[in-house]
Design a protein around this ligand. Sequence first.
Ligand code: TPP
Ligand code: SF4
Length: 516
Amino acid sequence: MARKPSLEKAFLSGNEALARGAWQAGLKVACAYPGTPSTEILESLAAFPEVDVQWSVNEKTAYEVAYAAAVGGVRALFACKHVGLNVAMDPLMTSAYTGVNAGFVAVVCDDPQMHSSQNEQDTRWAGVYAKLPILEPSSPSEAIDFIQQAFDISEQYDTPVIIRMTTRISHSKEDVAIGPRKEVPIRSLQRDMRKYVMVPANARIRHEILEKRLVKLKALSERSRLNRIEMNSTSLGFITDSVAYLYLKEVYPDASYLKLGFLYPFCDEKIKKFARSVKRLMVVEELDPFIEEHVKSLGISKVQGKHPSYRLGELDQDLVRSLVAGKPKKVKPRPGRAPRLCAGCPHWAVFSVLKKLDVFVAGDIGCYTLGALPPTSALHTCLCMGAGVTFNEGLRRAHPEQKIVGLVGDSTFVHAGIPGLINAAYNKSKGVIFILDNSTTAMTGGQPHPATGKTIRREPTKRLDLKAVCQACGADFVDVIDPQGRVKELEELVQQRLAADALSVIIVQHPCVLLK
Ligand SMILES: Cc1ncc(C[n+]2csc(CCOP(=O)(O)OP(=O)(O)O)c2C)c(N)n1
Ligand code: SF4
């Protein structure tokens, strides 16, 4: 799979390099829902007219549309942040059974240290769980290379391929060798029910095929140049991946390395060979002891892993040094300023009213989550996208006598809030749900969504009518109010709806100030 070296270079981030590499590989369809640190992959792809690119309403939809395009016969890509994969897990698990027609790659960007996330998942486990290959670049140059290989592997082994990135790889930049686009012929649509209709009788056969495919992928991982041994000293050797490899190389340039890029299935023979060739063997990796536990499971007892304190957050050069020295991690205070709603943000008005009325606010994920911080301190739960609506119902079932409201953003409502509202109406729940409609997905940098009437390329499209949707879901009252200069009126409306024995939605509509 060696590719001709290119002389042309561009200064690209990991996400931009992935997009460029996918385009070079003949990508035709790309779908995603925004989420830091993955967002720029789709935004970069939108610049290539050859790619049919969309912000989907959520990750499950994005995965299914992109995957179906690959089943249909064109190379396709899905991208998300780590928690987005949870939303797409249902199609992902069974697509491992059904395989592909043209190449399909799912890019998942983890966020160690939770720079902008509600948890710190390690997506490497998803490869084991779904029985799918995982490639893991350590730099933008590797990203552009690995994504092209991922499409080839996907087609040769009839499987979706996961590319796992982390914030540092997604957002750091370097000079990257770029090349021309390869046009890939469209494959014909197959009516192969035994492959694509997953009823138990077919799925049992496909599961067997999946297990056999994993054995073949393991052999590929064994001979892949992405799993590279760099032999220097025999006294100290590291098995490592992702950004940890770069930190180690900086601190220990004379050590030996087994640098894993084709992470799963593991290249056991290469691991054993490398282990035999060094006296001291260490695994250095961010987050979970994913590689460490596997190396131990091979019976390599001399391998040193990490103190449990290193399972949290990111590594850096100093931490790598103390990890190799076997010391517990010392958390360094990081410089920075607490996040805050912008001056003039339309969300301020809602929080001033909610604080004054002293209600319990079931919140959600978006800029408005910052309402939990001083000076407003008026948001009391935040779990995952859509939970502002469902928490209102669940908390009310526990405490029907308390003043509880739900709060969700416009993009989040479309992503995961609509089923919760239908559920509340169907199950006779009451209360007030606020939809903070600022005409954008502000938290991730201002992407359009269906209720904005604009596509990813800012072309006009059908606009989702939020009021009509809420009425159709079964809300008894749906009010729309612009809070600008009307905070008193908003307060009176909230009091009125709180007093009613009804399911109410208040759509608070004012554009994010950064949209201007
Ligand atoms: C499953 C999942 N996908 C994506 C994200 C990233 N993300 C966090 S909030 C958010 C949407 C914010 O938009 P909106 O609800 O309209 O609120 P705003 O920030 O505009 O106030 C997104 C995409 C996430 N946290 N979880
Ligand atoms: S980006 Fe927009 S929505 Fe977010 S805090 Fe600023 S003004 Fe408010």
